[in-house]
Design a protein around this ligand. Structure first.
Ligand code: AMP
Length: 419
């Protein structure tokens, strides 16, 4: 490798063919499950105006520290998407999807960009799949969204999952709870970190997200947000729980699972995996009945989740299934056979037979070695003699048996074998 070699950016990964098979399997599972649940795919641009993300995530780490933003040649402030909810809501409003149908169920599979400190399970370019469902404020929507996330994870074979569930109530509930929480934290204010002290004034709910052990200790005795629920919030949450029970979905109640942003409402959930280390969150989601309005649309209830695909594959562990092997390997004998090898390979491939040959012009011995290595079940051998007779030798690579077959009849012959 030369000294000037230009490496990839820290926190980004190449997905090579031995891994892309696993990605494709995951993507296929996601697409099939989304289809079954009635969700349609939405694809939004890789970059948006910076203010789109800033207006929904003000004060969050993502917006304040982690965005890849720049000013382009025309002076516009742009950002590579660090999350998908804001772009999807933007598109929902811009394309008047709400005007066309009272219910819109959208899903995405996409790459995101955040300038985080890279570690196992945390990257600067990573992938999420997720959904956003607009139109219904009712608990059956919450239950469907949670069931859908779990259905994908079950189908792909993830085990050891925990669903944590909470409700952060309506905005009325949260404004009461903010005061209750401030009253509780006031005597401890000097023990809080600088970040938490700042949050105390602006957004005390976010203090509940702390990872600092001494703050977690203090918060153990904090009042629960459930004490501030309105009667409607309580009824909504109880119905979500009842529906999950009805669907046979297990969950644990997590009163500290909150989201600090104002447009989030009621149900919040997170799915974690015991197969992962420190970064054990696979999926986060919840209701955001205030978001469409925040971004300039007509008030529309919404709920969604986003799940990290690298984490799902990490949690699944290594899998040595290496995709579909070659079925037929063509071995060419001598220069004269080369065009016939290329033509035969093309004919077989046009007939959906996975075929390969040696483009390195190696010896017969080396080609036979490749044939065996390729995983092919049969080798088709053609040389001058075979061309003259219009027949090729077919060798069963398992048994070593060999028989002549007319070149013209090869496709039918191969199709009659179960490869
Ligand atoms: P968030 O959009 O932050 O709510 O994250 C949703 C999910 O995306 C998380 O549960 C993770 O599985 C995944 N995720 C978030 N950030 C990263 C990252 N930097 N690298 C890999 N996966 C991530």
């Amino acid at each position: 490798m030369t000294k000037e070699f230009i490496r990839s950016i820290k926190g980004t990964q190449d997905i090579l063919p031995d891994q892309s098979q696993r990605w494709q399997a995951l993507e296929t599972t996601i697409r099939n499950t989304m289809d079954t649940y009635g969700y349609g795919e939405i694809r939004t641009p890789a970059f948006e105006r910076t203010e789109l993300f800033a207006s929904v995530g003000e004060g969050t780490d993502i917006v304040s520290k982690e965005m890849y933003s720049w000013t382009d040649q025309g002076g516009e402030n742009l950002t590579l998407k660090p999350e998908l909810t804001a772009p999807v809501v933007r598109s929902f409003i811009q394309n008047n999807l709400g005007g066309q149908s009272p219910m819109n169920k959208l899903y995405y599979i996409d790459a995101l960009f955040r300038r985080e400190r890279p570690q196992k399970g945390r990257y600067r370019q990573f992938h999420q799949f997720g959904i956003e469902a607009f139109g219904s404020e009712h608990p059956e929507m919450d239950a469907e969204v949670i069931a859908l996330a779990l259905a994908v994870f079950n189908d792909i074979g993830l085990e050891g999952l925990t669903l944590k569930l909470n409700s952060i109530g309506s905005s009325e509930c949260r404004s009461n709870y903010r005061n209750t929480l401030r009253d509780f934290l006031k005597p401890h204010i000097n023990d809080l970190s600088e970040t938490s002290q700042n949050r105390f004034e602006n957004n005390p709910l976010r203090i509940l997200d702390t990872k600092a052990p001494h703050e977690i200790e203090i918060l153990k005795n904090a009042p629960n947000i459930s004490d501030s629920w309105t009667a409607e919030d309580k009824a909504h949450f109880e119905e979500v729980c009842f529906l999950l029970d009805t669907l046979g979905i297990q969950y644990s109640l997590a009163s500290n699972l909150v989201r600090g942003l104002d447009y989030y409402t009621r149900t919040t959930f997170e799915i974690t995996s015991t197969a992962l280390g420190a970064q054990d969150a696979i999926c986060g989601g919840g209701r955001y009945d205030g978001l469409v309005e925040t971004l300039g649309g007509k008030p529309t209830p919404g709920i969604g989740f986003a799940a990290g695909m690298e984490r799902i594959l990490l949690a699944l562990g290594d899998d040595d299934s290496s995709g579909n092997p070659t079925q037929v390997y063509i071995v060419g004998l001598g220069d004269g056979a080369r065009p016939s090898v290329a033509k035969l390979a093309e004919d077989l491939r046009q007939n959906n037979i996975r075929t390969d040959f040696d483009p390195l012009r190696r010896s017969i011995k080396a080609q036979m070695r490749e044939a065996n290595k390729s995983g092919a079940t049969i080798a088709v051998i053609i040389g001058d003699k075979e061309l003259e007779s219009g027949q090729a030798e077919i060798k069963d690579l398992k048994t070593g048996d060999q028989e002549p077959v007319k070149i013209k009849a090869l496709v039918d012959h191969i199709n009659s074998l179960t490869l």
